[in-house]
Design a protein around this ligand. Structure first.
Ligand code: C2E
Ligand code: CA
Ligand code: CA
Ligand code: CA
Length: 276
């Protein structure tokens, strides 16, 4: 318990107990998930307006032997809080690089494979050398690798962040800011950072049609990216309307169910082969 102050009155409801128990259970089982081979990777295509696959985002999946699939939205925060994200994040990066190498060997062209990096992982003092080691070990081409960072991690300790980003850029890795618009990054920071891509958060994309404020935000992010000479990609594109709106505003890259859900490697390879 974080706060046992004398003056605090604390309520503990049965539902809170259940949530805490569930969290503990997940933490315990997550510890073993890696060793037991329960984690795998899915890939979600990133396409241009003609639907050509230019890249993909790597999304981790956990298939629990009894509970079935557990969403990363549930277990990634637990992994982050407990530090388990470090071995998991390393495994994801290494496995993603192995896939990248494998696709190249099969003559399939994937311009970019993006991998999510958690704040805790990025803050590791040895993060850069870890990435380099994985590239060396797998023989993956760093110019085909992208890392997705979030606004939050970019803001705390800005100097360390920029230094790390520059090292990654020097290696040839593409850097994007994930969930853009949901955090608090100021334009000043944005300008100082060696970024390649802004990813428009799906919450804005989702409400383009019904919420004129969200439509305006999306419009603004696209034109800002253009002016800052950054690429921009919209995520969570589900409808034709959303696609047409985004295209109309000059957004060149898309990711979302309209094109494809995140899929297992075999399916992704099929998509690449059929050129869809
Ligand atoms: P994210 O990085 O923002 O990933 C996008 C999420 O949106 C994914 O959920 C994806 O399946 C979902 N998505 C994609 N297109 C659509 C769409 O058109 N409509 C809707 N409604 N959803 C769409 P997923 O795979 O459940 O992942 C959730 C979050 O878990 C991710 O959000 C990311 O923050 C985290 N995560 C997933 N894999 C990893 C990983 O390998 N490492 C780290 N650190 N975090 C990960
Ligand atoms: Ca992401
Ligand atoms: Ca995102
Ligand atoms: Ca929608």
């Amino acid at each position: 318990a974080k706060d046992d102050g004398r003056d605090t009155i604390r309520f503990f409801l049965p539902s809170m107990q259940a949530a805490a128990d569930n969290r503990l259970a997940i933490e315990k089982e997550l510890r073993h998930a890696l060793d037991r081979g329960e984690l795998s990777l899915n890939f979600q295509p990133q396409v241009n307006s003609r639907g050509t696959i230019l890249g993909a985002e790597t999304l981790v999946r956990w298939k629990h032997p009894e509970k079935g699939y557990i969403s990363p939205a549930t277990f990634i925060p637990i992994a982050e809080a407990t530090g388990l994200i470090l071995p998991i994040g390393e495994w994801v990066l290494q496995t993603a690089c192995e896939h990248l190498k494998d696709w190249n060997n099969q003559g399939l062209s994937v311009h970019h494979l993006a991998v999510n990096v958690s704040p805790r992982q990025f803050r590791q003092p040895n993060f850069i050398s870890q990435v380099q080691t994985i590239l060396d070990k797998t023989g993956a081409d760093p110019r085909q690798l992208g890392l997705e960072l979030t606004e939050g991690m970019v803001i705390d300790n800005i100097l360390d962040t920029i230094e790390k980003m520059e090292a990654l850029k020097k290696m040839g890795i593409e850097l994007s800011i994930d969930d853009f618009g949901t955090g608090y990054s100021s334009l000043t920071y944005l300008k100082k950072m060696p970024l390649d891509i802004l990813k428009i958060d799906q919450s804005f994309v989702h409400d383009i049609e019904t919420d004129s404020n969200d439509a305006a935000i999306v419009d603004t992010i696209i034109s800002m990216a253009t002016h800052l000479d950054l690429k921009v990609i919209a995520e969570g594109v589900e409808t034709k309307y959303e696609l047409e709106f985004l295209e109309g505003k000059g957004c060149p890259l898309f990711q979302g169910y309209l094109f494809s859900k995140p899929v297992a490697n075999e399916t992704f390879v099929e998509l690449l082969k059929t050129g869809k």
